[in-house]
Design a protein around this ligand. Structure first.
Ligand SMILES: Nc1ncnc2c1ncn2[C@@H]1O[C@H](COP(=O)(O)OP(=O)(O)OP(=O)(O)O)[C@@H](O)[C@H]1O
Length: 228
């Protein structure tokens, strides 16, 4: 699903955020990405969904060659990847329904299929009854569930979550984790950057630790390994 070889990233200001990352992540895996602030987690994630380009090395994601990819090909890559952020990034003037439908309209799904699929994913995240609400009328956990529904609406092979529970209280965080586990159990590969020691040490999965732009640990059913 993801194959990186000696990937480096130097930002225009000279910061070397990634210093030689080599990694294989298989279809269906659930991977935590851990590391201190500034370690390079977000940069790693941005390279995977084509938000930043590697300065050197090879990057293959869901069959796409990201190094030789042209900008106009990025939408094709994004069809295979759903992304969820710490701050939800919902469109504030649109309803829950419209936020999710939007993700399907841009890939030119038919109106009939959009209606069916939006209600299906809202049901999956337990928010069918809030379809007409706007984001401001929802709790943080509910907003994150809408963001997850939007991210999976187009059946992505890969779901990337950059600190999805970072703004949520512990109970709500466990609800979000339950949903992510269900999505993974249905076959979607998940990569989740997190600072939550409790989550990583409780729901045991592969742990990739990044420090100073390199992978310092890659452990099957690993621990968080830092003080939170
Ligand atoms: N757009 C950018 N331009 C220049 N430097 C950047 C940019 N984005 C990140 N950096 C730098 O690259 C390094 C890695 O940052 P990155 O955001 O990948 O870390 P992180 O592990 O995700 O941190 P956090 O846990 O705080 O989100 C840091 O030194 C950061 O300042």
């Amino acid at each position: 699903m993801i194959k990186m070889k000696d990937v480096k990233k130097t930002y225009p200001n000279g910061v070397q955020a990634l210093n030689g990352i080599t990694i294989d992540i298989d279809l269906g895996e659930f991977v935590y990405l851990v590391g201190q602030s500034g370690a390079g987690k977000s940069t790693f994630i941005k390279i995977i969904f084509g938000d930043e380009k590697a300065s050197a090395g090879d990057v293959k994601v869901a069959g796409h060659d990201l190094v030789n990819m042209k900008r106009k090909e990025i939408p094709m890559l994004r069809r295979d990847i759903g992304v969820v952020f710490q701050d939800f990034k919902l469109l504030p003037t649109m309803t829950v329904y419209e936020n999710v439908a939007f993700a399907l309209e841009v890939v030119e799904e038919t109106p009939k299929n959009i209606r069916k699929r939006v209600m299906e994913v809202l049901d999956q995240v337990g928010l069918k009854n809030k379809a007409r609400f706007i984001p401001d009328e929802l709790s943080g956990g509910e907003q994150q569930r809408v963001a997850i529904a939007r991210a999976i609406a187009n059946y992505p092979k890969l779901l990337i979550a950059d600190e999805p529970t970072g703004n949520l209280d512990p109970d709500t965080s466990w609800e979000i984790m339950k949903i992510l586990e269900e999505i993974n159990a249905a076959g979607t590969t998940i990569i989740m950057a997190t600072h939550s020691k409790e989550i990583v040490n409780t729901i045991k999965r592969r742990v990739i630790a990044i420090d100073g732009g390199i992978i310092v640990r890659d452990q099957h059913r690993g621990d968080y390994g830092y003080e939170s």
